[in-house]
Design a binder for this molecule. Sequence first.
Ligand SMILES: NC(=O)c1ccc[n+]([C@@H]2O[C@H](COP(=O)([O-])OP(=O)(O)OC[C@H]3O[C@@H](n4cnc5c(N)ncnc54)[C@H](O)[C@@H]3O)[C@@H](O)[C@H]2O)c1
Ligand SMILES: O=C(O)[C@H](O)[C@@H](O)[C@H](O)[C@H](O)CO
Length: 255
Amino acid sequence: MAAALFDLKGRRALVTGSSQGIGLALARGLAEAGAAVVLNGRDPARLEAARAGLAATGLAAETAPFDVSDAAAAEAALEGIEARLGPVDILVNNAGITRRMPALEVPETTWHEVLRTNLDGVFFMAQAAGRRMVARGHGKIINIASVQSDLARPGTAPYATSKGGVRMLTRALCAEWAPRGVQVNAIAPGYFATELTRPLVEDTDFTAWLRRRTPAGRWGRVEELVGACVFLAAPASDFVNGQMLYVDGGLTAAV
Ligand SMILES: NC(=O)c1ccc[n+]([C@@H]2O[C@H](COP(=O)([O-])OP(=O)(O)OC[C@H]3O[C@@H](n4cnc5c(N)ncnc54)[C@H](O)[C@@H]3O)[C@@H](O)[C@H]2O)c1
Ligand SMILES: O=C(O)[C@H](O)[C@@H](O)[C@H](O)[C@H](O)CO
């Protein structure tokens, strides 16, 4: 009984931005839970390397290279994936970027680049997948938000704004699609060591501050996000909708 609640066999999952980092860890976790996984990124060679890495450990995956910040490409990709492989039951909107700089110095192009990837990309991917899920009467969308959906720090204005938007988008889509059998939730990671956070990992002052600021006293490991993702992708969460689940070592629970 309990095992069936978390069983993803027979489900197909598309994870955006999954050639490395959090996306690749989530793709691996979903595949280990039984899902047929589709990897996405913009660079076909890096995507193929990620696929081969999963295959080397006995996990099959397909690839779909496209840019999530291009709404037409997202729609064409969903159309192509479903025609080639079958329905996408689970969408993990993970692709994201940051550009750290003081708000007074953010060029217009940078502002739009971050918002277009982190917020427009999440919306148009959700719209492309959601239109098909709503028609079928079931589906799971998991948006990767951030502790910066709620808390800002200097140098993160475009990023924090985009992640705050992801939080409200998650609620707005839940309000519309819950009656149609689709669950839309978010995971809000704390600080995890990846390429995106490398400048912060290498900054000894930042890391010392983070260890003091996080009740768990350390950086997160990407595998520690898998449990939340499998839960939100699986039947176990069928009545969980519009929520943002923090996986942050307690960072947002304590001052
Ligand atoms: N690392 C953290 O501490 C942390 C914390 C909270 C939230 N997040 C979020 O998790 C997600 C993954 O971040 P990560 O830390 O693994 O970073 P990462 O830079 O290692 O990985 C991001 C991936 O997204 C891909 N990507 C970027 N733009 C894309 C686009 N337009 N189309 C397709 N793919 C694209 C990149 O190529 C890369 O593979 C992001 O949304 C990020 O904001 C990360
Ligand atoms: O500059 C920063 O503080 C980081 O880039 C964060 O934005 C992390 O990437 C993460 O999203 C925190 O949860």
